[in-house]
Design a protein around this ligand. Sequence first.
Ligand code: SAM
Length: 342
Amino acid sequence: MTAVTDTLLRPLQDLRISLTDRCNFRCTYCMPRALFGSEHLFLPKRELLDFDEIERLARIAAGLGVRKLRLTGGEPLLRRDIDTLIGQLAAIEGIDDICLTTNGSLLTEKRARELRAAGLNRVTLSLDAVDDDVFKAINDVGYPVAKVLGAIDNAKAAGLGPVKVNCVTQRGVNESQILPMVEQFRHSDVVLRFIEFMDVGTSNGWRMDDVVTAREIVDTIRSRHAISRQPASAPGETANRWLFDDGAGEIGIIASVSQPFCGGCSRARLSAIGELYTCLFGVHGRDLRGPMRGGATDDELRERLAGIWQARDDRYSEQRGEQTARRRNEAGGKVEMSYIGG
Ligand code: SAM
């Protein structure tokens, strides 16, 4: 293994792999129906990396220091036979953690067991409210809360824990849900994580005013429960960790807008068609599929991947403001979360 670092000496340790740009939800802040309706052109299947191509790039990335893989999308469980891919990824030397981020709609008891058996370690589920009306208005496909709670139980029963639940908090949309979400998951072994609404892509009409900051989230929780901040358990950790003083469990807060953590960012993202993004707020991905399908050897692909990482100087969240405006105006704009995955 030859570890690589970027221009700010950050190692490459995490690879997030988007398996598809499609999703069966139309969350208003991520894939709004007006832009992702029936006339939207999703990627044709032949464009997507196949499982062997994904495995090959993940193996090469592992050779450069990647230890952790996260499968995401779009909705990754829309990709059929995903357990075959997980089996392939689990066999890669050096990979010691494989996670999946999902909306839970396809995470049946059987599916959860199959994924675990294939080598998946953990899942993170997305749930932005416990009030059915609020949740249905956000996912915009009428999907009920109870079914996501069922998927969380399926993940726990299959041993895909500790299960994390992501809740993106938007002002005027679901900040009323902070305390109900806390009550739902206290004493449950589920790690609830509140995520500040981020200015990814260009389709969600993001405004700073819409962000419920980590400070506000903590104050809201503290209005009912005593919580204490914990030291980071790993360098480059995205969430600020908090524990309930009464032993009811852990809460995470991902403050990527109000307290950016670019300095510890060791994550690269691979789009479903094999473009490598070195920042969630990237405008341009770097194509790895072209060279791969054009016959590049493993050494050539390794060199290309290493070169992209070594040239990396992104620290978008720390420069937010000036750059937000500029990038939004660049041709094509920033890449959408549903395209490269959360
Ligand atoms: N479909 C899967 C799911 O629902 O978890 C995986 C893909 S989804 C893009 C991954 C995560 O990104 C979700 O938890 C979603 O809430 C989050 N997300 C999407 N847009 C976001 C934004 N603008 N700010 C913060 N998180 C966002």
